[in-house]
Ligand binder design. Sequence first.
Ligand code: PEP
Length: 255
Amino acid sequence: MSTRKPFVGGNWKMNTDLNGAAELAAGVASAVGSDSGVEVACYVPFPYLVSAGQKLGSNVRLGAQDVWTQDNGAFTGEVSTDMLKDCGVTTVLTGHSERRHVIGESDELVGEKTRRALIAGLQAVLCIGETIEQREAGETDAVNERQIRAGLDGVSAEDLKNVVLAYEPVWAIGTGKTATPEDAQDAHKKIRALIGSMYDESAAGAIRIIYGGSMKPGNAPELMAMDDIDGGLIGGASLKADDFGAIIEAATSRV
Ligand code: PEP
């Protein structure tokens, strides 16, 4: 259907405990099995990266939910790219809506984090999306454009190959409300066109744009059937290995 490899990420947020994270990681590893043609990643809480990473095996990428912008040094509470790589992390989330809207990260800080991750050789999954107020004010496309331009500021065409864009309407995250496949497709298509104007047609055709916001086994197939939806970023449903496995299975329809 598309030459883009589908991508499914599980964002565990601030959930699980030491044993639960290892069990979930083992469950995901067995749900994924050998190469399904889908790129799969789990974004694990910092304290459990090493132990869960050991259980994820070689077919699931170990991901972190955040990263700091500077080298090791006097940044109390933060975690550097070197530390993440030391733990086996190969992919990080930047600009998740909870970091933007609950913690207060600016578009510029998200851009710095994205650049920093890419310079360190990590994959960056840059999350963008509008709030319900912005949607109702007709600002969805403008918000996506602003967040993408700031998030990719200074990112070269070469480094863009290591970026996945996650369109996550804030009103759909953790709420049980999902964008219709048509609305999500419309946003993804515009995002791809924007990448074409910022870089070129080949970059636009290659970049994975995944959808996030209450994706579940029941709605994943219809979302993944849309031309420009290359996978999903999954919160709640990634905490059950069976549900997450079913969503990965839905993504294999794009292989
Ligand atoms: C997320 O955390 O990125 C997310 C999409 O959460 P949920 O699937 O629970 O809406």
